[in-house]
Design a protein around this ligand. Sequence first.
Ligand code: G3D
Ligand code: MG
Length: 245
Amino acid sequence: MTGKKWNFKIVLAGDGAVGKTSIRERYMGKGFSGDYLKTIGADFASKKVKLEDNEITFQIWDLAGQDSYSAVRSTFYKGAIAALLVFDIQDQQTMTNLRTWLEESIEGSNSGILVYFVIANKIDLPSENRRVSQKMALEFCQRLMTETGINFYYSETSALTGQNIQETFDFLAYTLLEANNVKITKKKDLTPGIIDIKESMMEPSSGEVAVSAEEFKKLVKKVEKLEGKIETIQAILKQLVQKVK
Ligand code: G3D
Ligand code: MG
């Protein structure tokens, strides 16, 4: 099989100071801003990645300007195939604002974005600084998925220590090739820090117990046995009551 070349444009979106530039620089090194990109307040860097016989060029863009949506932003999203929506685990507002970033990216890319990641960044910080738990973030992603029909991948990262950064982009490479119907023999790994929201929704929520069909049959038999015993006890009680009378 001959190798194939792919160009994937990825955008990083999210509020100011959540760590977008840090994530890009951690993965790719410093970017560059041409005059053209400066006018829309964007920066990008590119990197080549090999995956079996595929050569992927990731072009990763992130926004510097935090002003509200402007028409010029459509240049930023144009041609993007994946978006990483980043929030800071210290600030719940940066997570809820992702709803707006999502809408903007759908509109700006003309619904061209195929893969969405929600990234919980700064997980290196001490737990007392963490205001958004994984449970809260997953519930947020699940709501977004229900509302929009878009599936999300969720990843917890630290641009400071590099935790899960490489894994997230590796996973993204697999997912994007899959989205282009490329068969990869090596299985893509969901590391503990990466969660498929669609799959997380199939897991039982707290309080409920998952039971296999086999276990369910066993439970039914147990209940039937118990019912039989109850009937016997009832009959004995009846006899006793009659004797007492
Ligand atoms: P932005 O591009 O989304 O605006 P930046 O965000 O990448 O500029 O990061 C904003 C600040 O957060 C920076 O701090 C940066 O060092 C810090 N930061 C980014 N990612 C992480 C992370 O994973 N962990 C921690 N602890 N800090 C992070 P300064 O102090 O330079 O403003
Ligand atoms: Mg930045």
